[in-house]
Design a protein around this ligand. Structure first.
Ligand code: ADP
Length: 912
């Protein structure tokens, strides 16, 4: 380990004075450390980043590296550990993944310059970058196929409740920047949709009793001081970042959105320490333009991750046939936020249809795309000074690929609007740029620019000249080696080079003595003795060394200048390059979904503004693939929840299907497949069905499968009820609800009663389209009373005492549970099966079904109160006062606000 700046140890000080002494370097370290609270400090010393004190302990534990000691501070040993600079990305990756944030502190002057100032001087150092989970750009630190969002959350207080939340999220590795606003109640759903890697909030919000717990569950939350979220300076900070005079040209944001947006750019500014990655102007996402999906539903349906947290086995994994990382990212984004505008959906579907129809175009475009590099991320790295020659080459290849794609797209007959837009974007980047890069870049490119050798010969005369000087000197070294061998008579004499000694002469140990005795020792100066070799230098070698180093340094300097010039050209063209990169992603998604549609036999869904929902021959996209791998067919099923025709029931509201059938029959699969088909249709994908017509779904709700949420202290049943409550309180006529086995986590009669009441509520109050799977056959009696409720069952056959699953969904209800048959299939001991059968026979004699039918007859029809009637009683005066006091937030009020609040409270008191 090379430590050019060891801690100076004062030898003549008394022990006590020494203990109190802080070395100049430690002083510098502590000052820098104090300026970056909460971050691990990577303190550059030569070829290592060193960590001290608690940072060293954390890093050594997280990274599994040795903890050592270095000097003393206030009488105690200083714990230290270090990571080599050239492997630091790997270590950073692991620290970030473990939830840490890191401040990277570099030496900002040559150690020689520090020495020149006096021998006690410490090399100047500065933090050049904060590495946080939401502000990464390096390929090695990022998942190529997923976006990496930093999200800022701002809140505005409304005195009568109804606080609003402003959100701004940025992926600096692709320059995407989006803002939106939502109600507090929608925050959880919005968070799960955006899936940020890092969240910033004010300290106050982080400590908020209502929202704090939700925020603290997120992966990396950084609380910041209020000034970052100061609404009054937001516009100025945004204008400053985008270097514009007013925000008018950017996007019409609400004040709250601007507050969040300004917080996000301020944080990026801080983490990048002076290098501002270019961002797209903030795009505003209007409320209600995407299907609302709450976190539980998102998790239950396993859209982008399975319940176990894996990508494999998720819907995204099943339908992602894209060939580029940017395509995967776009598909994941779209799947997370299905649209509610049928025209926008149709536009996406048109593009897929064009590539379904034209196999040759689809295949050609996909092979062109395979060669297209990830331009957005290359561009982002270049813009923050972390790019390499291969990123420049990536942009060059991207433009070349754009030409190839354009040539192919031009041959399409009657291209749809989406394809025309893609073509327009692909035409944008300057071809001159690609030409210049092509001229400038060598065939073989190093990963990092400091390695040099990436500029093509013949591109710049000055560089060629310096290079030949350097190479000529190398030839001189070769000649010198031959000459020395002859002079010394040591045939195996070699001239070698390393970073410590520079050029040196090396002979095997047995010849070492010869060179150390006269006359040879006059020219050969001994430097090092190793086990098998002895090393020497000569004055002549020193001179050559300086010449080579100078020429090499000059050549590298020139190359780096060229690199900067090319990077600046790329930065100037960044808007056009990004537009082209996004167009590639759109093209990738369209062709990939077309391929999926053809390979897996998907159809174009009809999506309209009705309340219809009719699926013929629907299949589950993930289960189907799994069965196919095992050589089993998937049984397709129909589902129709459309409002009954006028005159046949209460028109204008969707149907509820009650699904009964034994375990393992396929109820859950059926429920999920219908939800997924609706979701895919609104994402603008073809769907696994023969035919699908879907009236836009505004919100999708699901209660499928029970998962204990023990981390938050909730039992399975509690989780189930909380999720059910959300659905019954929020589902509208436009919503789609799927409920699986409600009320199963409690005693039979409790559970049955809850399920019963829930169905009535869905039918009468929510009036949504719903699928309800249950074990309680008693519930089927409800269809007699609820005109829009229908019973269906998943057919099974009994054969020689065993149950055979047919997976067919048909009208009717299951005659029994077949629970004992399924238990038998599962291998329960025969004695237990036999005993269970006899207990069942006794129980059945009591006939629970009878009770249920009686209940359906006896209970007043539609005992569920309507929504209006279910409103709670208006609050009393005392309650109103308490509410008003609760809504006050003294820490966030100016003295004037406080005074006004006091008057308002007084006015609320009952008149005497
Ligand atoms: P349930 O919810 O009724 O207990 P599941 O939906 O979990 O049943 O289905 C059990 C298994 O049956 C699934 O894992 C799948 O392998 C198979 N299955 C379900 N539906 C079908 C179908 N339509 N065609 C073929 N196999 C199916």
């Amino acid at each position: 380990m090379m430590i050019p700046q060891p801690f100076p140890q004062a030898s003549d000080a008394t022990p006590a004075a020494e203990a109190a002494r802080v070395t100049p370097m430690m002083e510098q370290y502590l000052e820098i450390k104090a300026a970056h609270p909460g971050l691990l400090l990577f303190y550059r010393m030569g070829d290592f980043y060193e960590l001290f004190f608690e940072d060293a302990e954390i890093a050594s534990k997280t990274l599994g590296i040795v903890l050592t000691k270095r000097g003393k501070h206030q009488g105690l040993d200083i714990p230290m550990c270090g990571v080599p600079v050239e492997r630091s990305e790997d270590y950073l990756h692991r620290l970030i993944a473990a939830g840490h944030r890191v401040a990277v502190c570099e030496q900002t002057e040559d150690p020689a310059a520090a020495r020149a100032r006096g021998n006690k001087s410490v090399v100047r150092r500065d933090v050049v970058r904060l590495v946080t989970p939401g502000t990464l750009t390096e390929d090695t630190l990022l998942d190529a196929r997923a976006n990496n969002y930093l999200l800022a959350i701002a809140r505005s207080r409304a005195s009568a409740g109804g606080d609003r939340i402003g959100l701004a999220w940025i992926d600096i590795s692709t320059a995407e920047f989006i803002v939106t606003e939502c109600a507090v109640g929608e925050l959880a759903a919005t968070l799960s949709r955006i899936n940020p890697h890092e969240v910033i909030v004010t300290d106050a919000l982080y400590g908020d009793p209502d929202l704090g717990p939700l925020l603290r569950q997120l992966p990396a939350v950084t609380p910041l001081t209020r000034d970052v979220f100061d609404g009054s300076t937001a516009e100025r900070r945004l204008c400053d970042y985008f270097a514009v005079a007013t925000m008018d040209g950017l996007s019409a944001m609400s004040r709250l959105e601007a507050t969040a947006a300004a917080a996000a750019v301020t944080y990026i500014d801080r983490t990048q320490v002076g290098r501002r990655p270019p961002l797209s102007p903030p795009a505003r996402e209007a409320a209600g333009t995407t299907m609302a999906i709450d976190p539980a539903t998102r998790a239950n349906l396993e859209l982008t991750r399975t319940l176990a947290g894996e990508r494999r086995g998720s819907l995204l994994d099943a339908i992602d046939c894209s060939v580029t990382a940017a395509g995967s990212r776009l598909l994941a984004q779209r799947l997370a936020a299905p649209l509610t505008d049928s025209a926008a959906i149709a536009r996406r579907l048109d593009a897929i249809a064009a590539f379904v129809a034209d196999t040759a175009a689809r295949d050609d475009i996909r092979s062109t795309l395979r060669a297209a590099p990830d331009m957005s991320r290359a561009l982002a790295r270049l813009s923050v000074g972390r790019g390499g020659p291969r990123d420049l080459a990536g942009l060059r290849d991207g433009i070349v690929a754009a030409d190839a794609a354009l040539a192919r797209l031009a041959r399409l007959e009657d291209p749809p609007a989406e394809v025309l837009a893609v073509m327009a974007a692909l035409r944008r980047p300057s071809r001159q740029l690609a030409h210049e890069f092509e001229r400038a870049l060598a065939e073989q490119l190093p990963l990092i620019k400091r390695d040099g050798g990436f500029v093509r010969e013949g591109y710049e005369a000055a560089l060629d000249e310096t290079r030949s000087l350097r190479d000529a000197s190398r030839l001189v070294v070769a000649a010198m080696q031959a000459r020395y061998a002859e002079l010394t008579g040591v045939k195996g004499l070699k001239i070698r080079h390393n970073n410590v000694l520079g050029y040196f002469v090396e002979v095997t140990a047995q010849h070492g003595d010869k060179l150390m005795t006269p006359p040879l020792n006059a020219s050969f100066i001994h430097r090092q003795t190793l086990a098998g070799q002895t090393r020497f230098t000569t004055a002549e070698l020193g001179e050559i060394e300086a010449r080579i180093a100078n020429a090499g340094d000059r050549a590298l300097g020139l190359e780096l200048e060229i690199f900067e010039r090319l990077s600046a050209m790329a930065a100037d063209a960044s808007d056009d390059l990004r537009a082209a990169a996004h167009a590639f992603a759109r093209l990738d998604v369209a062709t990939a979904l077309a391929k999926l549609a053809v390979d897996d036999n998907y159809v174009r869904p009809e999506v309209d503004a009705s309340l219809g929902f009719s699926i013929e021959g629907g299949r589950h996209p993930v289960v189907e693939q799994a069965l196919k791998r095992d050589g089993h067919p998937f049984i397709a099923n129909n589902c129709d929840l459309s409002p009954p025709q006028a005159g046949t029931g209460k028109a204008g509201a969707g149907q509820i299907w009650l699904i009964t059938g034994p375990n393992m029959a396929g109820k859950s699969t059926f429920l999920r497949q219908n939800a997924l088909i609706a979701l895919m249709a609104q994402t603008g994908c073809f769907v696994p069905a023969k035919r699908a017509r879907i009236g836009i779904v505004d919100r999708l709700f699901s209660r499928v499968g029970a998962a204990d949420d023990l981390a938050r202290g909730r039992s399975t049943f509690m989780v189930e009820m909380v999720e059910t409550a959300v659905i019954l309180n929020q589902a509208s006529e436009r919503s789609l609800v799927i409920l699986d086995e409600i009320g199963r986590g409690t005693a039979t009669f409790d559970g049955l009663s809850i399920a019963w009441a829930a169905i009535e509520h869905l039918h009468e109050s929510n009036r949504c389209r719903a699928l309800f799977a249950t074990h309680y056959h008693e519930l089927t009696a409800l269809s007699a009373k609820l005109p829009r409720m229908f019973n269906v069952t998943v057919r099974v056959k009994e054969w020689q005492g065993d149950v055979v699953f047919l997976h067919e969904v048909l009208p009717g209800s299951a005659d029994r549970s077949y629970g004992i048959q399924v238990a038998k299939l599962a291998g329960l001991p025969a004695a237990v099966i036999a005993r269970a059968k006899s207990v069942l026979a006794k129980l059945e004699a009591q006939d629970r079904g009878q009770t249920a039918r009686a209940l359906a007859d006896d209970l007043p029809l539609f005992a569920v109160p309507s929504r209006a009637a279910a409103e709670p009683a208006p609050p009393s005066e005392a309650e109103r006062l308490v509410e008003a006091v609760r809504a006050l937030h003294p820490d966030e009020m100016s003295p004037r606000d406080a005074l006004e609040a006091l008057y308002a409270l007084k006015a609320k008191l009952p008149k005497p």
